[in-house]
Design a protein around this ligand. Structure first.
Ligand code: BGC
Length: 594
């Protein structure tokens, strides 16, 4: 390669230098149950989080997103909310939440909270009132109660299944009958303890606008919106025989072009009506923005939808700010797939003027350090346990580092999931008897579910519970391989995953990669993802990124200065499953000949 680099067509233009924070922020997801336990009950809590926030400032992220900490019977680890305006005692108090927000802001970190609008807990005051009230009452009209089918209503109102397994309807066992004189049922797309709200009801809409204001008044910087694509159901709740998974495309059938795929047709997902809700919410948030002070408050959609175009509909200029890029998370570890998803996502979001929000791991999926240790092309498992095909830990670790180095060089925003900066794998040998995800029971023990990704953080390798809390208790067991990966074992150790993340995040910030342009870098084999972030018209030197997914080592552009590498280079070349960032100073970058 010479010192003139060939760059293919520009895929994405640079953002303005003063673009608002959320267009390029790195946001770190804290799963409060498993971050840090301050009161020795084996469950993480808000004071534990506040105490450890300096760790996140030093890591170099811009914001935190907290999974739910509201009052909840914890039937789905807090995604079953009984009171949206208070904190569950296992996590602390409202004063603890306010302290957390203040401390985070003092450290320069923004705080995003989780909003769960598709369903409440069955222990929410509204649902209790609904059960106590007559069929057809105002109380029942906040949820989706329907009469059953069959002579006495003994069959559910339709054939929908719950995301966690089994039917999506629960009979109301109170002996009272509905309009047609038959048994009533209520809809729960998730657990029976998570009844779905009826978003056609204006009272539900007003309530959630009020909840938004409650938290905005407490200074939060935004909301991650749970199941954002599920709130509105098709009129008449028609039967559906197509794919209905939500937490990903586990068997690939939800992908465009696959047999059985019917984009946008599943009557419980991605209905057009959801967008009107987010337009209303955007106007509420706009009231709280401080113009010119980079103080926008944001909405981020958790929307498992069919393709980048459908996802981009959630981030049109008057709707949400961000939507998780689950296509990126689900991409096989193959260069053409990754290039395809990067290009399509940037294209679809650019079309509506929104940033792309990259993500590799969260509390609902097998961590990428384990996922990428499975043979390429394996459908993404819903949890891994004893007796399941096991990932190759070394391979997963190596690829996870390369994948993150690739992700953090992409323009847009990125989400990190707690512990991925340590290279944590899932607990893939967790005994089934300790599992708590409702998926395991409801699927009749066919889907292990998400517990393996939710194990408490290891802070100190030599202490009980790896320093998670003062008692040594943990609500889910930690695997032995978490000891050597604990924060104190990696802190300051050159080449550790923690130090790699710190370096990537520092360089990303210094170089403004989140705001850069992206062009593919030509001259590399198909098995390499190679691109340039930055270019003519941008103030700083362009950065080249080479991620080698092929079996042969590849050369770096001649004269390029290595900034950071996810693994050791072999004689200056990039080995298999390594990503390298290089400074392309003094090199002319020419568009490819057309
Ligand atoms: C959350 C899950 C939760 C589900 C139901 C999701 O997408 O991320 O953890 O089980 O919504 O609230």
């Amino acid at each position: 390669m010479t010192d003139v680099l060939r760059s293919e067509t520009l895929v994405h233009c640079a953002d303005a230098p003063d673009a608002p924070w959320w267009r390029h922020a790195v946001i770190y997801q804290i799963y409060p149950r498993s971050w840090a336990d301050s009161n020795a009950d084996g469950i993480g809590d808000l004071p534990g989080i506040t105490e450890r926030l300096p760790y996140l400032r030093d890591l170099g992220v811009d914001a935190v997103w907290l999974s739910p900490f509201y009052v909840s019977p914890q039937a789905d680890a807090g995604y079953d909310v009984a009171d949206y305006r208070d904190i569950d005692p296992i996590f602390g108090t409202l004063a603890d939440a306010e302290q957390l927000v203040t401390s985070a802001h003092d450290l320069g970190l923004r705080v995003i909270v989780d909003l769960v609008p598709n369903h409440t807990s069955d222990e929410h005051a509204w649902f209790r009132a609904a059960l106590a009230a007559e069929p057809g009452s105002r109380e029942r009209a906040r949820y989706l109660f329907r009469d059953g089918r069959g002579d006495r209503g003994e069959e559910p109102p339709n054939n929908w299944t719950s995301v966690f397994g089994g039917p999506a309807w629960e009979p109301v066992d109170d002996g009272r009958t509905g309009e047609t004189g038959t048994q009533q049922w209520y809809l729960h797309l998730f657990d029976p303890k998570q009844p779905d709200l009826d978003w056609t009801n204006p009272e539900v809409r007003r309530e959630f606008e009020d909840i938004l204001r409650f938290w905005l008044d407490r200074g939060v910087d935004g909301f991650r919106v749970d199941v954002a694509h599920g709130l509105v159901k098709a009129d008449g709740l028609p039967d559906w025989t197509g794919p209905q998974q939500m937490l990903g495309d586990l068997d690939g059938s939800a992908h465009p072009g696959q047999p059985g795929h019917q984009p946008g047709e599943a009557p419980m997902w991605d209905q057009d009506g959801v967008h009107e809700i987010y337009r209303e919410w955007r106007t509420v948030l706009e009231e709280y923005a401080v113009p010119g002070a980079d103080r926008d408050r944001i909405l981020c959609a958790e929307a498992w939808v069919d393709d980048p175009e459908r996802a981009a509909r959630y981030v049109r200029p008057d709707e949400m700010h961000q939507a998780f890029n689950f296509d990126f998370l689900q991409s096989p570890w193959r260069a053409p797939d990754l290039r395809g998803v990067v290009e399509e996502s940037l294209g679809a979001n650019d079309e509506v003027g929104a940033p792309t929000s990259w993500v590799m791991s969260n509390h609902d999926v097998v961590r990428h350090a384990s996922r990428l240790g499975l043979p390429v092309g394996t459908p993404r498992p819903n949890g891994i346990g004893i007796g399941d095909p096991q990932p190759d830990p070394g391979l997963g670790w190596q690829r996870a580092r390369a994948a993150t180095a690739l992700m953090l060089a992409l323009p847009g925003s990125s989400y990190l999931y707690q512990g991925e900066e340590l290279g944590l794998p899932d607990h893939v040998q967790m005994p089934d008897e300790v599992r708590q995800d409702p998926t395991w029971e409801r699927s009749g023990h066919t889907e292990r579910g998400r517990d393996g990704a939710r194990v408490p953080m290891p802070w100190e390798g030599g202490r009980a519970a790896y320093g998670f809390g003062p008692s040594g208790d943990v609500w889910l067991p930690q695997p032995d391989d978490y000891g050597p990966l604990a924060v104190d074992q990696q802190d300051g150790v050159p080449g550790s995953t923690l130090e790699l993340y710190r370096t990537l995040l520092r360089l990303r910030r210094e170089l403004g990669l989140g705001r850069g342009s992206l062009s593919w870098l030509g001259g590399y084999a198909d098995a390499v993802v190679a691109f340039v972030n930055g270019g003519p018209g941008e103030a700083r030197t362009p950065v080249g990124v080479v991620a080698n997914l092929g079996s042969e080592s590849v050369r770096l552009p001649e004269g390029a200065e290595v900034l950071v590498a996810s693994g050791d280079l072999a004689d200056g070349a990039v080995p298999t499953d390594v990503t390298v960032w290089v400074r392309l100073s003094g090199m002319a970058i020419e568009p490819a000949a057309s």
